[in-house]
Design a protein around this ligand. Sequence first.
Ligand SMILES: [Zn+2]
Length: 251
Amino acid sequence: MPSFASDALVLRTHKLGESSKVVVMLTRERGKVRAVAKGARGPRSRYRSALETLSEVRASFYGRQGTELFRLGDCELLRSAFPAGAHGLDAALSLSYFAELLDAFAQEGEAEDAVYRLALAVVRAAEEGAKSDVLSRYLEAWLLRLHGIYPPLDRCAGCGRALPAGVLRYHRAAHGFVCDDCGPATGPVIPLAARAFLEEAFRRAPAALPRDLGAEAAPLEPFHQELISMHLERDLRSQRVLRDVARETRR
Ligand SMILES: [Zn+2]
């Protein structure tokens, strides 16, 4: 009997030994899960194309309670990510980026239904041909917001009063946008078009977003990267991953 079964998105795989892989998945039931896919690199692998990045699968996992590395049982492909990556190089690269972001934010062993639904919606929108930069900014904004990092767009981080319409000025020490009275702000200025995009993004599904981001929204990318690295610095798990893999290869 498997320990559990779940719908999941494949985030990444890496080689293990001669013929196997370690698969990192975002599961609907348990958040981020790592599992060994025995024989996944062999010519007659039972997994075939089910382990491609951001493919949606139905998988079963075996392992003791509390384990950090499961064994992958059956893994049925529900929806290939291939059509989403087939719109060109840009689309293919952005899929890797989405997977990396989800991997960085997802909690291990902790179901986050909102994150799972967000990931599915972004992959589907990519399949329908939504632009990579629109989807990237959307996914970043939502992951940051769902993890409590995105500052409110409508309240001053200093005094709590409503922010007037117009550009948003970020204050690093206050971790938020500030009004004129609480300024001068130290961080980036988010132009009007970028603010409008964010307000839309927090209200809509990714498929309903504007087709183009526009040049005025360009400051969003470095702003999001700043928030992301601030968050991940206190949340890096790569050391534990290396320990898990070392333990599994010794078995
Ligand atoms: Zn204020």
